[in-house]
Design a protein around this ligand. Structure first.
Ligand SMILES: *Cc1c(COP(=O)(O)O)cnc(C)c1O
Length: 493
């Protein structure tokens, strides 16, 4: 399996090279030259453990890694850092199944891919005989940062720099990041939002003179954001796994279609569901849920992607994004794999902040259903689910639940639906306590952990216990135009 750029002007490379490079030289994103089909039955798949399913799916895409290599990485990635028996969990509430993807070390679904990425990258470096030190540049809306730090801290031959929007993450998210230990880590708050952080990182990547200069100093840049194909592919696994569990539990019969609802920001997680569908997972609708930054909702409805709107700070901060990078990969497929069409749209977005796709491309959006939830609705959904089912969901998952309910009501469709549950409610305690009318007056976010636990009987996840007493290691704040300087300073170049 070879990889090519969505903009069609870079040469074909192997999966390990694509993982190292992160972003293609023509500015596009790497995609597999074709999407492989699954060639086992769901009953076979349902006999597999999560790790076995991961080895099977990854083996279809990452063909320059041996089966043994992939199994080794998977074994190390999904070990006891994950606190559920099967790495993920599936919980029924209402007529939907919440696919809990947050039982990893940083309590968000980003762990599913970022626990594995360091092993893939290290293996890829070895395979390609690269001896340079790898510098991972990451922009985060709150969850990727900590998950990437967790994966790369202390990993020999790598350095990792994380930029987060100083005012745009939850208190728990921020504290998780700025207390990160490890000589090879740097965490920097920027005066700006996530889009500014992501643009800054992309600008550094696209500056070929700068990259050359770093290479001469022995550094190679790569990315832990979901623009890296090594992030995307591990995310396909859990959709297959969830489907196989539903078959095994006789909720659905083999071949029956399901809907998948995903709280969406950078369009990575839902794109993984799209790939799963293309591989042969029986999917009816992909339900794309946005918060008030509802640019994707408008896009799915009208085919117009329009950045001329204000950026909103919401109770689901990890989805506060206006530039959904992975949408570029979808554009590639719905344009009939036309790299120059994708490039033209991306250029228009950069120049005019807006583009409209063609009529034919719009047809490709039919398998998606878009919706959004504002903060008030989101918080009331947390209350609703807890009131009816004694089940607690976080703010991001609540956005997806809201949009799923809107979808079911608008269409009357009663297809079994899997909702990607992307974060632990303990990461967003203030909002969750607020929505459940748990008294939070005068309590800080850490005291609220206990309050939420005492009020609901849920245990505080061990990885964030004692977070408030950890040393703050990173206190650097910079302007969005200073990001390159900060990297230089860290690398001493
Ligand atoms: C990153 C994130 C999302 C959005 O996922 P994308 O792949 O960026 O669309 C949703 N919920 C949580 C909790 C996240 O951390």
């Amino acid at each position: 399996m070879m990889y090519r750029s969505t903009r069609g002007r870079s040469s074909f490379i192997t999966s390990s090279e694509a993982i190292i490079r992160g972003i293609a030289e023509d500015g596009g994103l790497y995609i597999p030259a074709c999407i492989p089909k699954i060639d086992i039955s769901f009953s076979e798949l349902s006999d597999m453990s999560y790790k076995q399913a991961a080895a099977y799916i990854l083996g279809k895409f990452l063909t320059d890694f041996s089966e043994d290599e992939l199994k080794e990485y998977i074994g190390k990635a999904y070990d006891e850092k994950f606190t559920t028996a099967e790495t993920v969990a599936l919980t029924k509430a209402d007529n939907a199944f919440f696919l809990e993807l947050y039982h990893g070390p940083t309590l968000a679904f980003k762990d599913m891919a970022l626990s594995l990425l360091p092993y893939l990258l290290k293996g890829a470096m070895k395979k390609n005989a690269i001896t340079k030190e790898l510098v991972i540049l990451t922009a985060t809306s709150g969850d990727t940062g900590k998950a990437a730090l967790e994966g790369f801290a202390g990993v020999a031959g790598t350095k990792i720099v994380v930029f987060y929007p100083q005012e745009g993450v939850s208190e728990i998210q921020k504290r998780q990041m700025i207390t990160q230990e490890g000589e090879n880590t740097l965490v920097v708050g920027i005066r700006g939002n996530f889009d500014d952080a992501q643009n800054g990182v992309k600008a550094i990547f696209n500056d070929s003179a700068y990259r050359d200069r770093l290479e001469k100093k022995g550094y190679l840049l790569s990315s832990a954001n979901s623009i890296n194909i090594g992030r995307l592919i591990p995310q396909l696994v859990y959709y297959f796994f969830a489907y196989a569990r539903l078959v095994r539990n006789s909720v659905i019969i083999d071949g029956e279609k399901i809907n998948i609802a995903v709280p969406t920001g950078n369009f990575g997680n839902i794109l993984a569901a799209f790939y799963a569908k293309e591989m042969g997972l029986p999917v009816n609708k992909l339900i794309c849920a946005s918060n008030e930054n509802n640019i994707l909702y408008d896009f799915i409805r009208t085919g117009v992607y329009d950045m001329h709107r204000s950026f909103k700070t919401t109770v689901s901060p990890s989805m506060d994004i206006l530039i959904s990078s992975n949408l570029e990969r979808l554009l590639y497929y719905i344009s009939g794999e036309d790299g120059s069409a994708v490039e033209a749209l991306m250029n228009r977005l950069e120049a005019q902040g807006k583009y409209e796709i063609s009529k034919t491309m719009k047809k490709g959006l039919k398998e998606f259903w878009g919706g959004y939830a504002d903060d008030e609705d989101t918080l009331s959904r947390i209350r609703e689910v807890y009131g009816k089912y004694k089940y607690i969901i976080d703010t991001h998952t609540a956005v997806a639940y809201s949009v799923y309910k809107q979808y079911a009501e608008a269409t009357g469709d009663s297809t079994v639906t899997v909702i990607a549950s992307t974060a632990s409610p303990f990461k967003f305690t203030r909002s969750v306590c607020g929505s459940l009318d748990i008294n939070s007056a005068g309590l800080d976010d850490f005291e609220l952990l206990k309050q939420l636990s005492d009020s609901t009987g849920l245990e505080v996840p061990p990885t964030i216990k004692g977070l408030e007493s950890k040393n703050i290691v990173h206190d650097r704040i910079c302007g969005k135009e200073e990001m390159m300087d900060v990297v230089n300073e860290f690398l001493k170049v």
